[in-house]
Ligand binder design. Structure first.
Ligand SMILES: CCCCCCCCCCCCCCCC(=O)SCCNC(=O)CCNC(=O)[C@H](O)C(C)(C)COP(=O)(O)OP(=O)(O)OC[C@H]1O[C@@H](n2cnc3c(N)ncnc32)[C@H](O)[C@@H]1OP(=O)(O)O
Length: 172
């Protein structure tokens, strides 16, 4: 299977902030930002695999600076690394003060998507060829993050096996 460059899965989307997107601190609501991150990242996963993709894990979201009503917000995402059917997607969120032009990295996120075949089961995806310094850094450090993800997944599975539906069943 052929490999693909990070730039082939790159998505860039810039938006304004509207009153409905704000929290009670008058800054961008974190949940709103995560929803947009998932949307943008899912397009990168689809561009890389040209398959239907599902989010299996939002691995990290770091809120570094609040986004204010005067800012525009730019999402940049691309696939950094792939396993067999899984793809790690990095998202960088840049806030631009539209009055002064000052730009800040407001947040970063890493997500994992899985490509599905016609049978809705995981299917193999192309590997990644990084080119820029940032892409190379993210690509080289990805196997270690994948190892941690798999450990966390096992812990979550073990916990799910232990959880009870008792309260839910009693209340419904
Ligand atoms: C081309 C265009 C088409 C257009 C078409 C139109 C459709 C337009 C739809 C738009 C869509 C928008 C995108 C929204 C995205 C959602 O909103 S998706 C909704 C939320 N997500 C879900 O519901 C996913 C639920 N999970 C699942 O269904 C199953 O876990 C899956 C994905 C089928 C995988 O099944 P499984 O039995 O767990 O498979 P398994 O072989 O164990 O693992 C497969 C891979 O997934 C990885 N993995 C699984 N779980 C995890 C986890 N929790 N953490 C990390 N890695 C994991 C494994 O490590 C493995 O990786 P590889 O070694 O293959 O690289």
């Amino acid at each position: 299977m052929e490999s693909k460059y990070c730039r082939e899965s790159r998505v860039i989307r810039t938006s304004r902030i509207f009153p409905n997107d704000m929290n009670n601190h008058n800054t961008l609501f974190g949940g709103r930002l995560i929803s947009d991150v998932d949307q943008v990242a899912s397009i990168s996963a689809a561009r890389h695999s040209r398959r239907e993709c599902v989010t299996v894990s939002i691995d990290s979201v770091e809120f570094l600076h609040p986004v204010r009503p005067i800012d525009s917000v730019c999402f940049e995402s691309y696939v950094t690394w792939t396993g067999t059917s899984s793809m790690e997607v990095f998202v960088k969120i840049i806030a631009e003060d539209l009055k002064s032009g000052e730009c800040k990295i407001a947040a970063t996120a890493l997500l994992t998507f899985v490509a599905l075949g016609q049978d809705k089961r995981p299917i193999k995806v192309p590997s990644v060829m990084p080119e820029t310094e940032e892409e190379i850094k993210l690509h080289e450090t990805a196997p270690e993050r994948a190892k941690i993800r798999n450990q966390k997944r096992q812990i979550s599975k073990d916990l799910a096996g232990f959880l009870t539906m008792k309260t839910f069943n009693e209340m419904n």
